[in-house]
Ligand binder design. Structure first.
Ligand code: HAM
Length: 422
């Protein structure tokens, strides 16, 4: 039987993983000055955590969760996202007791049973950040600015930050009713998905991807015209702060997001090329009531999650220019004495952090040189039994073809001097 990985799930192999390392390192570097600290969250949680936070009528909870009963009879779900776990952890560990705004980031796999296609997987990875404990519009603007700084750091410029406000528990319910009334007039024109869910989740009709529905959605009342005064002022303040932080954005009044916990500012970052229909690289926004809904103290929050596969697919080729790890040195060892001496030398150089390769099969000089060439190493160290006798080794710079003699007594120092020259 041929064993294959499961549909919608993939290996990340050497050659590709270097891109991931670069993206993850950039995230750690860019987020640190903003005060974000890493949190490692469990891969699975109680099913009820996701049902209650993401929302019973969302696609994720209705159709996409990997849920099972464990051997103890508990209902478990592989996390489809990270925000719910952050909120659980925040409450469980009483982080609200901290004087400062709590700023956390996470990286790792998420699981959704979606129909696999380009840019959509069943196991995919997110880099997410959550700021818990402030309602200030400055937090919204700063976190979105940080995200754009991450994209710029990675050489990505062709993206659009789209923002909207979804209102609050005061202004959203009356808008929802208004929207339902307006949708009702179009029920025989909308797709079956929209007609079946408009009663329970009418806002989702606004971002249906079916062409005819999109046309109708544009004629429906916009939440931006029905925000309460507090939300209107808040949204204006977010936009003002974004402008003063030099972070370009566009308003997208159709943007509603697929998770129910959002209040006020919501946003997506959309790739302008290379992603096809799955073009949202990142999504996020405010969730001011979620902590309270889980019996924590009132705690307004703002956060986002980047889809790592989609981000990598959008990044330009130039981002990956210098990521391939090539050997600093390849040791060509000819003869028994040379092999023994060479082995010790290689271990010492590796302990000092140099990437050293060799031909484990120990073929002819010609075939060892061929392997050194194929691995694109910077230097080749040549030691044969004659060199052991004479106490002089040879070091060849593969970039310019220059060869120098190395005194065996000081070979580590001399080799390192050459390796350190750029
Ligand atoms: P989300 O929009 O569901 O938000 O997911 C965020 C990002 O994850 C998407 O923009 C996309 O890039 C990526 N993504 C989602 N599903 C898939 C998939 N099946 N395959 C590949 N990539 C995917 C959230 O998850 C929220 N927790 C974001 C958030 C954090 N809001 C506040 N804090």
């Amino acid at each position: 039987m041929k064993i294959q990985s499961i549909r919608g799930v993939k290996d990340i192999l050497p050659g590709e993983i270097e891109k991931w390392h670069k993206v993850e390192a950039a995230a750690r570097r860019v987020l640190a000055p903003y005060g974000f600290q890493e949190i490692r969250l469990p891969i699975f949680e109680s099913t009820s955590l996701f049902k209650r936070s993401i929302g019973e009528t969302t696609d994720i909870v209705e159709k996409e969760m990997y849920t099972f009963t464990d051997r103890g009879g508990d209902e478990i779900t592989l996390r489809p996202e990270g925000t719910a776990s952050v909120v659980r952890s925040y409450i469980q560990h009483k982080m609200h007791g901290q004087a400062q705004l709590v700023k956390l980031y996470y990286m790792g796999p998420m699981f959704r049973y979606e129909r696999p296609q380009a840019g959509r997987f069943r196991q995919f990875y997110q880099i997410g950040a959550e700021a818990l404990g402030s309602a200030s519009p400055l937090v919204d603007a700063e976190v979105m600015t940080m995200l754009i700084a991450l994209f710029r750091d990675l050489g990505l410029n062709g993206v659009e930050l789209q923002i909207n406000s979804l209102g609050c528990p005061e202004c959203r319910p009356p808008y929802r009713e208004l929207l339902k009334d307006a949708i009702r007039k179009h029920l025989d024109e909308l797709c079956s998905n929209c007609t079946s869910r408009y009663e329970r989740n009418p806002l989702r009709v606004l971002d249906c991807k079916v062409e005819r529905d999109r046309e109708i959605a544009l004629t429906l009342p916009r939440i931006s015209d029905h925000l309460c005064e507090g939300c209107r002022e808040n949204f204006a303040a977010v936009q003002e702060a974004l402008t003063s932080m030099d972070t370009p954005f566009t308003l997208n009044t159709q943007l509603v997001r697929g998770l129910d916990y959002y209040t006020r500012t919501t946003f997506e970052v959309v790739g302008t090329e290379g992603l096809g229909s799955q073009n949202a690289i990142c999504g996020g926004g405010r969730y001011d009531t979620l902590v309270e809904e889980f019996d924590g103290p009132p705690t307004p929050c703002f956060g986002f999650a980047v889809g790592v596969e989609r981000l990598i697919a959008t990044l330009p080729e130039s981002t990956w220019q210098d990521i391939a790890k090539k050997p600093d040195l390849f040791a060509v060892l000819m003869g028994e004495k040379a092999k023994r001496r060479g082995q010790a030398l290689i271990q010492t150089l590796r302990a000092a952090g140099w990437y050293v390769e060799l031909d484990y099969e120990g073929g002819s000089m010609k075939s060892q040189m061929r392997k050194a060439n194929r691995q694109e190493c910077r230097f080749v160290l040549i030691i044969g039994d004659n060199e052991i006798e004479s106490g002089t080794y040879f070091l060849k710079n593969m970039t310019d073809g220059q060869q120098v003699s190395i005194d065996s007594d000081q070979c580590i120092e001399m080799i390192e001097t050459h390796l350190k020259t750029p």
